[in-house]
Design a protein around this ligand. Structure first.
Ligand code: CMP
Length: 140
């Protein structure tokens, strides 16, 4: 399988509970390498831009408020089949449906406050990485 890069976000519910290290250990244990990482505070407008694809959804405003409610850790994960592997490690969007041992099963609080985001396809991964990082910041 090809080496891929994917964007990951550790969300405010997780940074507030000091879970960054525990979540990063899940990525590394699965063979994903964290090749870029920074802790930032998004404005609601910036969160809205990142999640623009969901603008028509009823939860959009709540999602943007939440993503601006505290620090997030944005990161680029690299590895074989990284996009799919990261989605496996994260578990289903709703923690009630997430498989045992996944990040969302262990740490997420609700479908909205679900601890992590991960890109869903190669095209979105490239766009989402470019949203937060310049090429100089990616050190594989
Ligand atoms: P994420 O993978 O970051 O992509 C979009 C986010 O929207 C998703 O994770 C959830 O956090 C959020 N989301 C999806 N469905 C709902 C919902 N029904 N209510 C609130 N937030 C939701």
């Amino acid at each position: 399988m090809a080496i891929e890069r994917t964007l990951s976000i550790i969300k405010p519910d997780a940074t507030k509970r000091n879970l960054t290290g525990k979540i990063n250990a899940k990525f590394e244990d699965a063979g994903l390498r964290i090749i870029a990482q920074k802790r930032i505070q998004l404005t609601k407008d910036q969160a809205g831009k990142f999640y623009e694809v969901h603008a028509a959804r009823p939860f959009y405003d709540e999602l943007c408020e939440f993503m601006a409610s505290g620090p997030v850790v944005v990161q680029v994960l690299e590895g074989e089949g990284a996009i799919g592997k990261n989605r496996e490690v994260m578990g289903a969007t709703n923690p009630a449906d997430a498989a045992a041992g996944t990040i969302r099963a262990e740490f997420a609080e609700s479908v909205g406050e679900n601890s992590v985001h991960g890109s869903d396809a190669p095209e979105t991964a490239a766009e989402e990485i470019a949203f937060y990082f310049s090429g100089l910041e990616l050190v594989g």
